[in-house]
Design a protein around this ligand. Structure first.
Ligand code: TXA
Ligand code: MG
Length: 317
């Protein structure tokens, strides 16, 4: 049985033993373990059934710690960190040897993030190691944004989930890569392209990986509910959806894009539990945070759905 606890020392003891625990962050809950302990990291992969080609993010307590685990750090990282860290942004930079190949899936780079949730920062301040932490879900599934949602994914597989309330942001960090003075968005997230460009005073690009390595947030299927999800193209006839016992995620009920992002995963999870035959969601405007939301919807989806001669047509990926 997995316990939801508010007792931070219990959680710290567990981490020191080398056992993964789920911790709250401002983006989503993470499955955390000692990033310098190979067996602890191995446990993360085992618990999540995560393939070893998918590298983990290493969480540190403040920006000065970055020198312990990374080298040749581009100036742009510090410019961005000044503005956005602690917060939902991850820097992929050259790793030092103390970061095991298992953490980085054999890559020479390590992903580093300084989270802002006070509880994970408190944990980090009380342990002598950084925390490797992917989202606390089974591989390919929806990221959890509350302690209860972690239980739905990992009950019985870890001893503790630290209760930290609902994740405020609800969508994962923006992952950035750096090459020859250029900056690339490897995974869109809460911090948008234009926010990054404004700080750096230059253009940044989205980078599409062609190989399977270092691409996982970019695998075409990810963040997925068990019930197939389809993205609507054009208007859909609601009566037909009802007749087919399909669920419709009405995004117009959210007051703004931030509120949609912060509730997206929990809404998908709720709908997934309702025994619909399939789920339908509308695409949103592809700009700012909408870009990251569409990215998650696309990866969660099994294809798209549209009306043709008054019939529903499903086109699978
Ligand atoms: O908001 C977040 O980032 C959350 C919280 C828990 O911090 N974490 C998270 O971790 O989303 P995860 O493992 O679900 O996603 C990590 C992403 C993956 O897409 C992975 O490919 C990428 O970061 N990544 C990690 N190390 C990398 C590297 N060396 N090169 C390229 N991508 C890397
Ligand atoms: Mg994940």
């Amino acid at each position: 049985m997995t316990k939801i606890t508010k007792n931070i020392s219990l959680v710290i003891d567990e981490l020191i033993k080398g056992n993964p625990v789920a911790l709250p962050t401002e983006t989503v809950y993470g499955l955390a373990a000692n990033a310098l302990n190979k067996d602890a990291v191995l446990n993360i992969f085992k618990i999540k059934k995560r393939p070893h080609f998918d590298p983990l993010i290493v969480h540190i307590k403040n920006i000065s710690e970055i020198y312990k685990y990374a080298k040749y750090i581009p100036e742009d990282v510090f410019k961005l960190a000044d503005k956005f860290s602690p917060g939902p942004i991850t820097y992929v930079i050259n790793k030092k040897n103390n970061i095991h190949d298992l953490v980085t899936a054999g890559l020479k780079t390590v992903a580093i993030r300084i989270p802002s949730h006070p509880l994970i920062i408190n944990v980090l301040k009380n342990i002598p190691f950084p925390l490797a932490a992917p989202s606390a879900n089974m591989f390919g599934r929806i990221s959890p944004t509350s302690a209860k949602d972690v239980l739905k994914e990992l009950n019985g597989k870890i001893n503790y989930v630290l209760e930290g309330g609902k994740s405020k942001i609800g969508i994962e960090s923006t992952v950035l890569g750096f090459e020859n003075n250029e900056v690339f968005i490897l995974r869109p997230g809460f911090i948008t392209k234009s926010q990054i460009e404004n700080i750096l005073g230059k253009k940044v690009q989205h980078k599409i990986f062609k190989t399977k390595i270092n691409s996982p947030g970019l695998l075409s299927s990810h963040y997925a509910p068990h019930t197939p999800l389809y993205i609507a193209e054009g208007n859909i006839d609601f009566d037909i959806l009802k007749n087919r016992k399909a669920g419709f995620l009405d995004i117009s009920k959210f007051k703004n894009i931030n509120s949609l992002a912060s509730n997206l995963f929990s809404e998908l999870r709720k709908m997934d539990e309702k025994k619909y035959t399939f789920l339908v969601v509308e695409k949103i405007v592809n700009e700012g945070l909408g870009f990251a939301v569409n990215d998650r919807l696309q990866k969660a989806s099994s294809g798209f759905i549209k009306m043709l001669n008054n019939e529903l047509v499903i086109v699978k990926k």
